[in-house]
Design a protein around this ligand. Structure first.
Ligand code: DNO
Length: 340
C-alpha cells in the first residue's frame, strides 16, 4: 500500500513539508479546490501542484475529488457537454501521472455533520452526526467545509431540482456517467474510485444510493470497465452498522482502488462521532480492516481519514495534522506487522 495524506493546497494550514516529515509517507491526495465542477483544470495549475508535491519528495497519486457536476447527477440535457469536460480532465490527470480519481455521486451535499467540534472526554474534539439535529445544522457552503466545491446554482434551487429525482434515476444517471468516462480513464491509465455516501442514508429528503454491499455490487455491475472501481471508506460505510467492512474488502478486492481509514463511534440510532484510528476507541475494527487489505494484497493508496483536533490544534474540520499523522503511523505500524 502507498501511505497517503490529504492536502488542501493554498487554503490548508498544513504544509507539504510537514506532511513529508510523517514517517512512511509516500502520496499526496490533492485537487484544485477553487474550480467548480464542470470546468477544465488548467494544465499549468496541475503542473504546479505536481511540482510542489515532488519538491518535498512526495507524489500526487490521487485526485480527490474531481467533482461531478450536479447536472450530470440530475440527468439534465447539458450533461453530455459536462461529461466531455470530465473526460478531458481525466486525460489531463493521466498525463501528470495521477493513478486514481476519487469522486462521489451524492446529490448536492458531500459529507455532512451536525457538529464540527464535539467535545470528547479527553479534551480533544471531533466531528459528530446526529440525524435528529439535521434541521438545526450548519450551511456547509457558508461554513466552507473543505469537500464542497463552488456551485454555479443556488443550493435551494438544486434541492428543488432534486425533488423529483428517485434512487432509480440516480442509478441511471450514474451508469450514464460511467459509460461516458470509463473508456477515457482506461486510455489514460487512471482508475475511477467512487466514494460511498457519507452518511450512507438520505438527508434533507435527497436520495443517496452508495450505502452498502449491494450498492457496491451494483456499481461494478452497471459498468464492467476495469477503470470503474471503488474508494472504500470505513467511516462512511461503517456508519451503517450492518456493513461488515472486512468481509466487504475481501469481496471487492482488486476493485478497491483507494482506501480511506477512519474510525467512528456509534452512540445512538444515526448518531455517531469520529474517534482516533485504533479499534478500542470506536466501532471500526481497524486491525481487521488492515488484515483484510493485507489478504487481498492491496497495493493502492491508503490514507488516514478524518482525525480529531488534539493538542489545541485548530484548522479545517476533520483535517488537522496531529491526529491524522498519529493515525497514519498507527496504520503503517499495523500494516508492517501484518505484511513483513
Ligand atoms: C470526506 C471525504 C469526502 C470525499 C468526497 C469524494 O472527508 O472523504 O468528502 O472527498 O466525497 O468525492
Amino acid at each position: 500500500m502507498e501511505l497517503s495524506f490529504r492536502w488542501y493546497g493554498e487554503k490548508d494550514q498544513i504544509t507539504l513539508q510537514q506532511i513529508a516529515q510523517i514517517p512512511g509517507m509516500v502520496g499526496v491526495v490533492g485537487a484544485l479546490f477553487d474550480i467548480p465542477a464542470g470546468v477544465l483544470w488548467p494544465r499549468e495549475r496541475l503542473a504546479d501542484l505536481v511540482q510542489q508535491i515532488e519538491a518535498v519528495g512526495l507524489r500526487l497519486n490521487v485526485v480527490e475529488s474531481l467533482p461531478v457536476h450536479e447536472d450530470i447527477k440530475l440527468g439534465r440535457p447539458n450533461r453530455d457537454e459536462l461529461i466531455e469536460t470530465y473526460r478531458q480532465n481525466i486525460a489531463r490527470l493521466g498525463e501528470v501521472g495521477v493513478d486514481v480519481i476519487c469522486y462521489n455521486f451524492m446529490p448536492l451535499f458531500d459529507w455532512f455533520r451536525t457538529d464540527l467540534a464535539f467535545d470528547l472526554p479527553d479534551g480533544s474534539n471531533a466531528l459528530l452526526y446526529d440525524h435528529s439535529q439535521l434541521d438545526n445544522s450548519l450551511d456547509p457552503w457558508e461554513a466552507e467545509l473543505p469537500a464542497y466545491f463552488p456551485l454555479d446554482e443556488s443550493p435551494d434551487d438544486l434541492k428543488e431540482a432534486y425533488r423529483n429525482t428517485t434512487e432509480a434515476d440516480l442509478w441511471d444517471n450514474l451508469k450514464y456517467f460511467l459509460d461516458g468516462v470509463c473508456e477515457t480513464a482506461e486510455d489514460a491509465n487512471v482508475k475511477m474510485a467512487l466514494h460511498p455516501d457519507d452518511p450512507p442514508w438520505s438527508i434533507f429528503g435527497l436520495p443517496r444510493i452508495i450505502t452498502d454491499e449491494a450498492a457496491l455490487d451494483k456499481v461494478l455491475e452497471i459498468n464492467t470497465s476495469p477503470a470503474n472501481g471503488l474508494t472504500f471508506c470505513t467511516g462512511s460505510l461503517g456508519a451503517k452498522q450492518d456493513n461488515d467492512l472486512p468481509a466487504m474488502i475481501r469481496k471487492f478486492g482488486d476493485r478497491i482502488y483507494f482506501a480511506h481509514c477512519r474510525n467512528i463511534r456509534h452512540t445512538g440510532d444515526k448518531v455517531f462521532h469520529e474517534v482516533a484510528h485504533p479499534p478500542q476507541y470506536g466501532h471500526v475494527d481497524m486491525v481487521e480492516v488492515l488484515k483484510a487489505y493485507a489478504d487481498i494484497g492491496f497495493t493502492g493508496a491508503l490514507r488516514p481519514d478524518h482525525g480529531r483536533m488534539i493538542w489545541g490544534e485548530e484548522g479545517i474540520p476533520g483535517y488537522g495534522l496531529y491526529d491524522r499523522a498519529l493515525g497514519a503511523n498507527y496504520l503503517l505500524g499495523v500494516w508492517d506487522g501484518l505484511t513483513n
